[in-house]
Design a protein around this ligand. Sequence first.
Ligand code: NAG
Ligand code: NAG
Ligand code: NAG
Ligand code: NAG
Ligand code: NAG
Ligand code: NAG
Ligand code: NAG
Length: 638
Amino acid sequence: MRILLLSALVAHASATRLLDNNLVYRSPFLKDISLAHDTPAIQARHIQHVRRQMSDAAPFDDQHYPTFYGADFGNSPFIWTGGINFTHSVASGDPFDTSVLLWTRAVPVSPSGTTQLPDQSVPVCVAYKISTSPTLEGRIVDSGQAFTSYDVDFTVKVEASGLKPDTEYHFQFSDCSSPSSVSPIGKTRTIPNPNTPANQVNNGHPLTLAVFSCSQFQAGWFNAYGFAAHNTSAQFFVHLGDYIYESLGNGAAIGRQTLGRELATIHDYRQRLNQYRTDASLVFAHQNAPWITVCAGFDDHEVADNAWKAGTADSNDTTVGCSFSASGACFTDRKLAAVRAYHEWMPIRQVDADDKFRIWRNFQMGKLLDLTMLDTRQYDRDLTDVYYNTGMSVPVSGPILSIRILCYTEFVNTIADFSNRSLMGTAQEKWFFDTLSESRARGAVWRVVGQQIVFTQLNESGSFDLDAWDGYRANRLRVLDHLYSNSIQNTVILAGDSHANWVSDLAHPNDSTTYNPITGEGAIGVEFAGTAVTSGSSFGGNIQPAAADAMSRVLVDSQTNLNLQWSEGSYRGFFTLTIDPHTMKATYYGMRNITFANLDGFATAEFEVKSGANKLTRPVGGGVGAIKAGALKSNGTQ
Ligand SMILES: *[C@@H]1O[C@H](CO)[C@@H](O)[C@H](O)[C@H]1NC(C)=O
Ligand SMILES: *[C@@H]1O[C@H](CO)[C@@H](O)[C@H](O)[C@H]1NC(C)=O
Ligand SMILES: *[C@@H]1O[C@H](CO)[C@@H](O)[C@H](O)[C@H]1NC(C)=O
Ligand SMILES: *[C@@H]1O[C@H](CO)[C@@H](O)[C@H](O)[C@H]1NC(C)=O
Ligand SMILES: *[C@@H]1O[C@H](CO)[C@@H](O)[C@H](O)[C@H]1NC(C)=O
Ligand SMILES: *[C@@H]1O[C@H](CO)[C@@H](O)[C@H](O)[C@H]1NC(C)=O
Ligand SMILES: *[C@@H]1O[C@H](CO)[C@@H](O)[C@H](O)[C@H]1NC(C)=O
C-alpha cells in the first residue's frame, strides 16, 4: 500500500509519462499543440474508456492511471493485451555521442482466427532495451516503456540514452503485456565524442558513410540500400532527399504499383511511407545502421514536386488564397501532413521546437569530421522555377528532371543573380557559415556538408538546372567566398536530387585564373553528387551505359563545366565515403538491375581527397583505366 501511494505521487507529476516517452506524440513540434499531440487529452480519452468498461472504476482517479499496473502489465485493462505485430521491423537514427533514437511500429493484432478489428480504445505498450551484446543477453544499458496508439499510426520513437560514444549497440522492442513477443533485433551506433582525437575515432579505423538520394518505389527495387547494408562496411546511412515520392506513377510491370493517390492528406503520406518500408532492402538497411537524413529525407518530392516555402508546381498558397491541387489540398496543409507523417515514420529528432520546419543540424564526429545537414528545400526557400513561372505546363509523367532541365527561363535566370535571393533563408545561412567556421576553429579535420541539390555549375546540354544552386548563383558565391576568405579547408559537399553522378573540385564557376582544372590547383574542396537509388536518369529513362557515357564525355569537356571532373548517368546506385584523418575516399556503386530484388552491384569509380589538398587526387579516379563507367575530364589522362 505504501509503495503504491509513493508511486502514485511520482505519477502525479508525470501522468502522461508513457505517452510522452514516445517522441512521436511530441512531433513535429511540442510547443505548438495544434501541431504536436495533446497527450493529456489522449490519456483522458483512454481513462474514459476504461471507466466505461469497469464497474469498480470509481476508486481510480485519473492521475492513478499510469501507475495502476506499475511494472506489471499483464492482465491490465488499461493497455492492449491482445498481441502486437511489429509490422515494419525496427530502425534507428540521429545518433549523438551518448544517445540515439530507436523506432518501431507496434500494431495491435486482430483476435486470432478473426478479421475483427482490434480494440483501439486503449494504448499499445512496448518496452525497449539496448545493449552492446548482439543477442541482448549482456548488460542492458538502457531500457524503458512507451505507449503508442492510432493517433500516431502506431509508430514508436524513443531516445536511448546513457550510451558510450563511438560504440556499436543492439536493441529490441517487446510487448509490455507479453514480454516474449519481440521485434527483430536492430543494430545501431553512437557517434564519437566531439573531443575524440581524429586518429582515435572508430578505434583508429576509417568511418564509412553510405549516401543515398531519390528512391522512387514505382521506378525500381531499393537494391542499393540492401547492397550498402550487406556488401559494404558503411556505419552511417545518410539520405539526401526524395526518400518518398508524392506521385502515383505506374510500377505494375515490375511489381511496384504504389497504393493510394497523389499525396495530400495525413492518411496518404502514412500509406506511402508504410508501403515504401515494406521493401526488404530498405527494411534491412534501417534495421542495421543509424540513419541521418536531410530534413527526414525531405527533398521536394516528399512534399510535392518542386516545393518552395509557400507553393509547389501543383498548388500554391499565396496572399490571394489557397489554390487546391488535383488531390484537394492546399500546399500548407500538404506540407504539414507530410512533415507529421515523416516524424512518425522516421527516426529523426525535433531540432528546434520553436522553429517550425527547422531540420538543419550538425553532427560533430570527434575531431575527424563535422557532418552538417542543410535544408535547401523546405525551410525558407525563395521562389523556384515552379512551372507556371517558366511558362511550361506541369509534366504529367516521365522523368521530371529531364523536363526540368529543358525549363530554362529568362525570368528565373534574371532573378538568380539577385543577392537578396536565398536558398536557405538568412537564419540558416548564417548558422551554416558559423558552423563551418566553428568546425575549423575546433580543429575538425573534415567538413562534410549534406544537402539536397547539386552545387557545382553544370551546363547540361545548353542549360542550367535552375532548381539547383545554378538557380541561386549569388548564394553559391557567398558560400565559396566564405570558404576562400576564411581558408576553411577540407570541405566536402554532398548532393543528391539530380539522378546522375557528378564529381567536381569546388571552385568559383568560370574562374580559370584561380583554378586549374587539370591539376586542381586553386580549388577549396570537392563535391560528391550521387545518383538516384531508383529514380529515372536525368540523361533519359533507361539510358544504356554507352549512350550515357557519350553524353558525359561532352559534359566533362565543356568549358562551362570547368570544375566537373567525372560524370556518369546510366547506373542507379549510391556512394560511400570512407574517412580517416589523412584521406577521404568516395566509392560510387552502380546496381546492375533494379527491376527485381537483388544485391548485384559493383564499384563504378573511386575518388580520393587528401587532407589539406582541397581537390581530387590526380589522376582523378585513378585515371581512365581505373573507372568502370562514366567519363573523366581530359579523358582521365591527367
Ligand atoms: C504482421 O504484419 C505483416 C506486415 O504488415 C503482415 O504481413 C502479417 O500478416 C501480420 N501478422 C499478423 C499476425 O497480423
Ligand atoms: C499559382 O499561382 C499563380 C500566381 O497567382 C497562378 O498563375 C497559378 O495558376 C497557380 N497555380 C495553381 C496550380 O493553382
Ligand atoms: C532584390 O534585389 C533586386 C535587384 O537588386 C531588386 O530589384 C528587388 O526589389 C529586391 N527584392 C527585395 C524583396 O528586396
Ligand atoms: C553549354 O554547353 C553547350 C554544349 O553542350 C554549348 O553549346 C553552350 O554554349 C553552353 N552554354 C553556355 C551558356 O555556355
Ligand atoms: C559562366 O559562363 C557562362 C558562359 O560561358 C555563363 O552562361 C554563366 O552564367 C557563367 N556563370 C557564372 C556563375 O557567372
Ligand atoms: C533485368 O532483369 C529483368 C528480369 O530478370 C530482365 O528481363 C532484364 O533484361 C534485366 N535487365 C538488364 C539490363 O540486365
Ligand atoms: C552481397 O552480399 C550478399 C549477401 O551476403 C551476397 O549474396 C551477394 O553475392 C553480394 N553481392 C556482391 C555483388 O558481392
